[in-house]
Write a protein that binds this ligand. Structure first.
Ligand SMILES: Nc1ncnc2c1ncn2[C@@H]1O[C@H](COP(=O)(O)OP(=O)(O)OP(=O)(O)O)[C@@H](O)[C@H]1O
Ligand code: NI
Length: 305
């Protein structure tokens, strides 16, 4: 049962049509998340991390065109099944803190799906664990700091009983210590056999907390690696971008990557990282590079061995 797949995404693409112009924000993304694991999704701002979470939940805006297949416990995720699964089986800790109802005290927003007395007690206990005083229960969202709001959103997700938690940047605005605390809770969540998709641009925290790490770049999944492969000089990693990202961390020498990630409107036919890659050859530009399994992970690079 340990390796049971909970979520499967196959060949997911998201395009936006705006003023007659079509841009591809996510292309050909495939991954699976297993029961009881924390799968981190890392990538720079604009890489497509939030879009992935929103696509899984069917929360993309109307001008988004989604193709590909997604299943949860072997049932297709679509307009028919999602309303039933959202919030009960699959839940989101949103990146934007505007998801709370501005007119309802935050305590009630956390416990309202439950019986009032039991819900209140559970919420109070959870708030205490997250360093939120009991008075916070009665406060309105506008009275909270960003970090407090995040902890409230996290409490709501934990109490929902969902089996799949999509945590979109749960740690910004938190001190390193509180961030670690939140991540410990994600680990406890996974230990109960629940699954976490941890979306973050903080590779360091991802490696510390997750079982596997998926690396997104310009809307393209470049690698999925066991977190333990992020070690030393990154030689165990499969994609040059993952290696560069790892070696750009201060503790790994702070080697910056020259150039910028292309925006959705300026993407190339082949590997999106090719323009910045030290291993590039003419072949990298020629045609789209497929994902392939390699050394216990997945990679999208023709040169990876
Ligand atoms: N409604 C939309 N219409 C058009 N383009 C969009 C829309 N929403 C997102 N995008 C584009 O899709 C790309 C990915 O956005 P996304 O929010 O997933 O990035 P992200 O990786 O979550 O970044 P961040 O770390 O900043 O949260 C961006 O280039 C963004 O401009
Ligand atoms: Ni985001």
């Amino acid at each position: 049962m340990e390796n049971q797949t909970l979520l499967t995404i196959e060949d997911l693409s998201v395009q936006f049509v705006s003023a007659g112009v079509q841009t591809t924000a996510l292309s050909g993304l495939s991954l699976t998340a297993k029961k009881g694991e924390i799968l981190a999704v890392v990538g720079a701002s604009g890489a497509g991390k939030s879009l992935l979470a929103h696509a899984v939940l069917g929360l993309l805006p109307k001008n988004a065109e989604v193709t590909g297949r997604m299943t949860y416990k072997e049932q297709a995720l679509n307009e028919k099944t999602l309303p039933r699964l959202r919030g009960t089986e699959i839940t989101l800790i949103p990146q934007a803190v505007t998801y709370l109802d501005p007119l309802m005290p935050v305590g009630r927003q956390v416990y309202y799906p439950m019986n009032k007395q039991e819900g209140r007690a559970k919420t109070a206990a959870l708030f205490e664990e997250y360093g939120l005083s009991p008075e916070v229960m009665k406060k309105y969202p506008f009275e909270l700091s960003g970090g407090m709001t995040r902890r409230v959103l996290f409490s709501a997700a934990v109490l929902s009983g969902a089996k799949l938690l999509l945590a979109d940047e749960p740690t910004p605005g938190l001190s390193r210590e509180t961030a670690r605390h939140v991540l410990r809770h994600l680990r406890a969540f996974a230990k109960e056999g629940r699954t976490v998709l941890l979306i973050t641009h903080d590779l360091d925290l991802a490696v510390e907390c997750a079982d596997r790490v998926a690396v997104l770049y310009a809307g393209t999944l470049l690698e999925i690696a066991p977190a333990t492969d992020f070690t030393e000089d990154g030689a165990a990693l499969r994609h040059p971008y993952s290696q560069s990202l790892w070696n750009a961390l201060p503790q790994n020498g702070f080697h910056p990557i020259a150039g910028n990630m292309p925006s959705p409107g300026e993407r190339v036919k082949g590997c999106p990282f090719a323009p910045r890659c030290l291993k590039k050859t003419a072949l990298c530009w020629e045609k789209p590079v497929p994902l392939r399994p390699l050394r216990g992970g997945t990679v999208r690079c023709i040169h990876a061995t």
